[in-house]
Design a protein. Sequence first.
Length: 328
Amino acid sequence: MNNIQIRNIEIYHGSKIVGNEYYFEHFKKLGKDIKHFIEDVMGRKNRYLLDSSKENSLTMAIEASKRVLRASDLNGEDIDMIVFSSVLPEYVSPPSSFILHNAISGKENCLCHDMNVNCIGMTYALNLINGYMKADSDINTVLLVGSDFLTPQVDPDNELCYGEYGDAACAIVLERTSRDCGVIDCKVSTQTIAVDEIRFPRCGFSNMYDAEKKDLYAKWDSYQIHWFDSVINNMNSILKENNLSVEDISMFCFSQFSYSNIVKIRETMNIGESRSLYIGDTYGYTGTSSPFIVLYESIKNNKVKPGDYVMFWTIASGTSHMALLFKY
């Protein structure tokens, strides 16, 4: 029993639905027309936002975790490992995984781990968990949680990022199984030529106590797409090395950051819309959980069933991107 399966997957998101018109009007007052960019390039229509006076990335993570445990008929005592991924956790100390452990009444001999690889974090964590479970026979059931509340870091005067995000968390129960399923292959590419284009906080943490509010927002200068050929090569290499074709993949769970990126990948690899769902027009861009919310929607709508192949692809600022092949 050295394979892993997804026992259940659940999500939680903000309850406030905000449409594009709010952002159109916001930038109109600044003399900027963002309609083409936000609709055609980024592909936004609506996004779910939190009530920031009551909720944050941690409260979302706790709620998503409780939901997936209920759906799995499990409790905290059943979890051997908790991995939490976030671009912007509510706290850096103690680790959010510790707070999650406390919220679900976890057991004493439970490994808890936070990780931040920006937007590829949850996908990266899935691959690391796969290796950890194969190396340690005591790890049988894992809670993987990704949660991002990104709107506070965004400069409201920057049309490249303000209005793009939604607030959501996704929680997954992974367990050891004898079924033919789990992580099959993974490829990561790191190309740091754009490492200076995005920085959060803009001033750096060492300066944050003396900084003005505008200097605490993310520095976000441009969207260079220098990585596209590498993305296609990685996915094609995974398919070729595992004797699969595009047609063998039931769902491509892509980063929902940009609709135009997804369209370009679809056209290059000849992937149909029905096998590469775009949900960024409903949820907004949710950061680390983004590809997994695609999986959640795919399972819910019977587009992914046990035994199906799923390909994840996502990208992090800096830049690093990864593709991961999973048999559900």
